[in-house]
Structures are given as structure tokens and as C-alpha cells.
Design a protein around this ligand. Structure first.
Ligand code: GLA
Length: 712
């Protein structure tokens, strides 16, 4: 493409306006039952291997594969020169064997000829260094040249296969933003400015939102605004937050541009694989998910995580929480053993492939896919596990892959059912996470996922289901709402949270929530500004702790004394200030009760955890990162107060989740322990075909899935 023309295309057309959240699309069914398969890369193998591939796929029960995820350079071998031979062949082979295709637009990995002709499409990192070719996602989301070539190839792909009966789904790019979410090139700067103009309306509004009088950093012309560059600077937190939001929208706009091309040539649904886990994500997936026909997630457990299964449950609860109707989603990638991108890649224990996969199904997945079908002999990922490992069909992994295929086929009737409604919710917001983790903060080592995972863990261990929902979700159906470290909050979200206790629910807010408004400006008058009134408390000073420093606190509600690390606060009940009655001007009701106090440090004697009765509900404030035993104790109290029920009367260590259909429900019991465990439940075990109950024993590391109604 002529670079002159590319420049003329301007950031306005490149960064197409992201449309508002569309209404939820109709439910998508990708296979007769649950989908099963993985990334299939036949282009890495001689043709004779493919026949064995499809034979073994059928043996394993595979009914869907992700094809062509990184195939751009093997099809468009030079600018505008395309050879579809291998792909035609693979599509037909799969179709003849009844295996559906999730056809990928291969735009994650631009071909070398393109990167050589246009090195300027590669993203520029914060230190001004341009990412060299060789990796993946080596493209700038605002590059008009990249977009031109990407859409041209997507058009050719869609024209060729858009009506092919084997194509069940489109897979746009791959893990959009993985490696290229933050670009600092001149195109990104121009697109960022255009985005800012749309968000704020004008330069003066940007100056006001960002408080640019500090350090005299007022902007007199748009050209003065740059993405946050440099490694050691201290970017304005408001600029930083808007830049993160822009990056999310820029990538979404790329996804939407590809989707629009696909939809011109095909009726097959379109999605892209997200990377939803705990903590702040690369982009704001909650705003992306409604633009996908079925939300798809890639989930890998991490060796450093002592609670891998809870992480898995959290990601499922967050996937489901993105849609108000808790609709099913798709696990697009996971691993059968060690991945290869961690420092030390842990193999899965026997039984773990099945248990983890069915854990995803329990939380709403309608399909289980892996990276990848056959282990690669060559290339960067040659030591990544696969459904068909290097050692072939005599491997344990292969046996378990076949076993999983049998189980998924026995669970076909579960497809399309929703996870039973949760009455508890945890509010999560990427903007809050980005704000917490970046820039000059009272404590720079806080991980946004910590409190999210901790409160979720306490519910998960008690078999109490919760949805993990974005800050703009409707909270009306929830009796317990927990908002951990929601540093940045907009007025509408704060209002929805404050309404929870007013209508009889229980609200729990933790430290560092409601401190800043949507522009990341501190709300004056005492922390947590947005929630001061509903909580009936105010904090006048943060007391972050040094490494190894501990402060104790005590209270019946915590079941005794505990020590906290990292964070404490000087909290006051509304209407008081250091024992002196404050003016009524602080506006909050003075009826919060101190349920736990600090017992050491200069905060000794001051409130640590408070509870305020509000109408028929209650608003709790937790001012420190409590240890697990204290979180457990409060959770028990919250559950009683909100009258939450457990999914099943099951032994600790058993995960219990229910999916419900129009006339049947399915109880999943997953045993993560090393001994067999019991649950009080009854029904037909779909995995064995045997009726079970009223007590069900789940073997160590095993799974039971009961069809509960009608029995048998
Ligand atoms: C990601 C990618 C895959 C593969 C896996 C390996 O999820 O999408 O292409 O690289 O990681 O774990």
C-alpha cells in the first residue's frame, strides 16, 4: 500500500468508532453436543500425517478445530500472491470427516514479507523501541497499513470459505492485545488524540479531566498529547488511564473491522479468544464480549498459583458475568499438560485434564478446546503439551484426551443450559485495576487480583456460587455484592453499589475503593469518597506497611486476632474525628458499628472493619487486606446475613456447581482433594450412567455430573 495513501486514511478512519454495546446475540451452538477439539496446524506437517490426525480426532470425539490461526504467511506467500492449496485440502478433509471448523483470520502473525516491506506496522514500546519482527501480534492496532493488509487478506479468506458448510465459527486474530496492546508510535498518538476528542469533547475538557495544571502540564494543542512514554517517568494517572481505555478500544475497533468483513461474506458467528483471569486484563473484555457471538476464553493455570482450581473457577465466573443472562461460553484454549511459556512448566497430574475441563463446563463452558491438537516438532512452541503429544497414542495424555471426549459426549444434553443464578456477586473493573497498579501510589506493589481472588476463594470453598461482574452490571438480582479495591469508580456504578443495602442486600467494600472518580481524580472529603455515606465511615489517612511489617487487629466477627500486611488505614466513624465530634457537614450517617479494631501500631484502638445497618440491608467496610481465616469468618457472617445457600451439602474440598435447563438441572461435583469426599445429592451420574444418592462419593481427583431432575 502506498504510505501516502495510508497516512491520508488518517487515524479517524483507522480507529473506527466503537459502537455502543449491542443487545445480546442469539445463543450459538457449535456442535451437536458440547464442542471438543483444539488448534489444528496441519501446515506444520506433511500431508500423510493429516489422515492420521483426522482418524485420531474421530477416535477422541473431536468435533471442532481452530484452523489457520497463524497461517497468513503460508497462504499469502508474497504481496497479493495467494496459494490456498493446503487450506482447501484441510478444510475438505475435516468436512468429509464431520469435524467442524472454527476458521481463524490469521492476522495475529503478519508474514515476513509484510514486516520487511513495512517495518512501521510493528508496535513501538513505551521506551520508544520498535518491536522487531519474529514474535506474534507484532502490529500496531492503529497502523493503517497493517489494517489495510489484514482486511484484504480477511476478505480473501471470507470470500473463499465464508459459505463452506464446515465453517461453524470465525476466530478473529489470536489473543488480541497479547504483546501489542500498548503502542506508542505516531499513528497511535494520533488515534489516541482522536479518541480523547470523542470522549471529552475538546482540549479544555481534557485539561480539566486530567488536572493538567499540576506541574504546568497544560495542553495548548492536540499534538502536545502523547501516549505515556518513557520507563522512569510518572505519567499523569488520568492520562494513563485514558490511554489504557483507548488501547482497549483501538483493539476492539480492529476486531470489529475484521468482523464486518467476515459478515459480508458469511453467516457463521464471529468471536475472538479472550484471556480472562483474575486482576486487571490487557483490555477491557467486559466491553468486548457483547460484540462476540459466543464469548471465548483461553485459560492456563500458573505454576505459581497455590489454588489453580480456584483461579479456573474465577475465570469461569467472570466469563459468565459478562452477559446478564449468564449464557454459555467457549473455552477456546487450555493445555493438556505444561505450556512452554512459563519458567518451569508443570505437567498435569493424572485426572487433571478431565477435572479441569469439566470444571470449565460446570461454570458455563459449552465447549473445551486446547492449544493444540498435535505437538509441534519445530518452532518456538515445540515443547508445549498437546492433545496428541510427541510420544503419540501410547501416552497418558492421549488416554485422558479420549476419556475427556467420552465424558463430553455423555454430557451433550448440558449444552445451552445456564449456570444456576448466583445470589452473590463480586464487582471487577479493569479501569480500577489499571489505576491501582500503575503510577505513583501510596503502595506500588498491590496486585488488583488479590482481593478479588481472596473473597471469591472464601465463597468458592463454601460452595456458594458468585458471579464476577463488570462495574456497569445490573446488581439488582444479588443479595451480596462485594467490591474489592475499586479504586476508580464512576457515579453510575457507585450509585448501583450504594443501592444494594437500601434494597435489603449486603454490600462489602474494601480498602482503596471509591477513592477516585472516572478520570482518576481523588474525591475530596475523606476516603472512600464514593462510598463514605453508605458506609458511615471515613478514612483520613492511609498507612501502607513496609515489607515484613505487620499490624494486628481483633474482633468477634473475625473469630479473634489476626495480623495484616501491606495496608492499613486510619478510619473514623462518620461524625467523629479523632474522638472529636465532627461537623455534620461530612454528610454521612453516624450509625456504623465497629466490628473489628486495630490492636497495634499508631492505629491501635481505631476501626478496622465496620458494619452499618441500612434499611433492611448492611454496608461493610474492610480497611485492610485480611488474612484468609479472617475473610472466611466474615464471609460466613455475610452469607448468613444475605441468606445465601450452598449449591450442595458437600464436604470441604468438593467444588459444587449447578447448571439448569428448562426441565432438568445438572450438579457438577469436582473433588480437588487427595481423598474421596461425599456430598448429599441424588440423580443419574451422566459419566457412568449409574443412579447415585442420597450420598454421592467422589473419588480423589475425580468428577461426578448428576442429572438431578427428573431423577434418572
Ligand atoms: C496462547 C496462544 C496460543 C499458544 C498458547 C500456548 O494462548 O493463543 O497460540 O501460543 O498460548 O500456551
Amino acid at each position: 500500500m502506498d504510505p501516502e495513501r495510508a497516512d491520508a486514511a488518517t487515524h479517524e478512519t483507522v480507529l473506527a468508532t466503537v459502537p455502543p454495546r449491542p443487545p445480546a446475540p442469539p445463543l450459538v451452538h457449535l456442535a451437536e453436543g458440547l464442542a471438543y477439539g483444539g488448534d489444528y496446524n496441519p501446515e506444520q506437517w506433511p500431508r500423510e500425517v493429516w489422515d492420521e490426525d483426522v482418524r485420531l480426532m474421530r477416535e477422541a470425539g473431536v468435533n471442532l478445530v481452530n484452523l489457520g490461526v497463524f497461517a497468513w504467511g503460508t497462504v499469502e506467500t508474497a504481496d497479493g500472491v495467494r496459494d490456498w492449496t493446503w487450506m482447501d485440502d484441510a478444510v475438505d478433509l475435516l468436512h468429509r470427516n464431520g469435524i467442524g471448523i472454527d476458521l481463524a483470520t490469521p492476522t495475529a502473525a503478519p508474514p515476513n514479507w509484510l514486516l520487511t516491506a513495512h517495518p512501521e506496522i510493528a508496535p513501538v514500546l513505551a521506551d520508544g523501541y520498535r518491536e522487531p519482527a519474529g514474535g506474534r501480534n507484532a502490529w500496531c492496532p492503529a497502523s493503517p497499513v497493517y489494517r489495510h493488509y489484514a482486511l484484504r487478506h480477511v476478505e480473501a479468506l471470507a470470500e473463499r470459505y465464508g459459505r463452506h458448510p464446515a465453517v461453524r465459527l470465525w476466530h478473529v486474530g489470536n489473543e488480541l492485545g497479547g504483546g501489542n496492546a500498548r503502542c506508542h508510535c505516531e499513528h497511535s498518538a494520533a488515534a489516541f488524540r482522536a479518541w480523547l476528542e470523542r470522549r471529552h469533547g475538546g482540549l479544555e475538557a481534557v485539561n480539566a479531566a486530567w488536572g493538567t495544571n499540576q506541574w504546568g502540564h497544560r495542553y495548548g494543542r492536540w499534538e502536545e498529547i502523547m501516549p505515556p512514554l518513557g520507563r522512569h517517568g510518572a505519567p499523569n494517572p488520568s492520562l494513563f488511564l485514558d490511554y489504557e481505555r483507548y488501547c482497549s478500544d483501538a483493539l476492539l475497533s480492529h476486531y470489529l473491522a475484521e468482523k464486518a468483513v467476515l459478515e459480508r461474506h458469511s453467516d457463521a458467528p464471529v468471536t475472538t479468544n479472550l484471556m480472562v483471569g483474575a486482576g486487571a486484563q490487557i483490555v477491557d473484555y467486559a466491553s468486548w464480549a457483547p460484540h462476540t457471538a459466543i464469548a471465548a476464553n483461553d485459560h492456563y493455570t500458573s505454576v505459581d498459583d497455590p489454588l489453580r482450581e480456584q483461579d479456573l473457577a474465577f475465570s469461569g465466573d467472570r466469563m459468565r458475568g459478562m452477559f446478564a443472562d449468564r449464557r454459555p461460553w467457549l473455552l477456546m484454549e487450555s493445555s493438556t499438560g505444561g505450556p512452554s511459556w512459563q519458567r518451569r512448566n508443570r505437567a498435569k497430574d493424572p485426572g487433571e485434564i478431565v477435572r479441569h475441563s469439566l470444571g470449565h463446563v460446570a461454570r458455563g463452558a459449552d465447549g473445551i478446546m486446547f492449544f493444540q491438537w498435535r505437538a509441534s516438532a519445530a518452532g518456538a512452541e515445540q515443547f508445549h503439551s498437546a492433545m496428541l503429544p510427541h510420544s503419540g497414542t501410547r501416552s497418558r495424555i492421549w488416554r485422558e484426551v479420549r476419556e475427556l471426549g467420552r465424558h463430553l459426549s455423555a454430557l451433550a444434553e448440558v449444552r445451552g443450559t445456564a449456570v444456576a443464578p448466583a445470589r452473590a456477586a463480586i464487582v471487577v473493573d479493569d479501569a480500577a485495576g489499571w489505576a491501582l497498579q500503575h503510577g505513583l501510589k501510596p503502595h506500588r506493589d498491590l496486585w488488583y487480583g488479590r482481593e478479588l481472588r481472596e473473597w471469591h476463594r472464601a465463597l468458592w470453598e463454601r460452595q456458594i456460587l458468585c458471579d464476577v461482574v463488570p462495574a456497569d452490571a445490573d446488581l439488582d438480582g444479588y443479595d451480596l455484592v462485594i467490591a474489592p479495591t475499586l479504586l476508580v469508580v464512576d457515579e453510575a456504578a457507585a450509585e448501583r453499589l450504594c443501592a444494594v443495602p437500601e434494597r435489603g442486600g449486603t454490600l462489602l467494600i474494601t480498602y482503596l475503593s471509591g477513592v477516585c472518580d472516572r478520570d482518576s481524580q481523588v474525591i475530596a472529603g475523606g476516603f472512600p469518597g464514593a462510598f463514605r455515606d453508605v458506609l458511615g465511615v471515613w478514612t483520613d489517612e492511609f498507612y501502607p506497611l513496609q515489607k515484613g511489617e505487620r499490624v494486628t487487629l481483633d474482633g468477634d466477627v473475625l473469630n479473634g486476632a489476626h495480623a495484616v500486611e501491606d495496608w492499613t488505614e486510619r478510619v473514623h466513624l462518620a461524625g467523629t474525628a479523632d474522638g472529636v465530634s465532627a461537623s455534620a457537614a461530612d454528610g454521612a450517617s453516624a450509625d456504623a458499628e465497629v466490628v473489628a479494631r486495630y490492636t497495634s501500631s499508631s492505629l491501635a484502638g481505631g476501626p478496622a472493619v465496620t458494619r452499618r445497618a441500612v434499611a433492611d440491608g448492611a454496608a461493610w467496610y474492610v480497611s485492610a487486606p485480611l488474612p484468609p481465616e479472617a475473610v472466611d469468618a466474615i464471609t460466613l457472617r455475610l452469607a448468613a446475613e444475605a441468606r445465601l445457600e450452598r449449591t450442595a451439602e458437600a464436604a470441604p474440598g468438593l467444588e459444587a456447581v449447578r447448571r439448569t435447563g428448562p426441565d432438568r438441572s445438572y450438579l457438577f461435583l469436582l473433588n480437588h482433594a487427595e481423598t474421596e469426599l461425599d456430598a448429599a445429592a441424588e440423580g443419574l451420574d451422566l459419566l457412568t450412567g449409574a443412579p447415585v444418592g442420597p450420598t454421592v462419593t467422589v473419588p480423589a481427583g475425580g468428577v461426578r455430573v448428576l442429572r438431578e431432575q427428573p431423577n434418572g
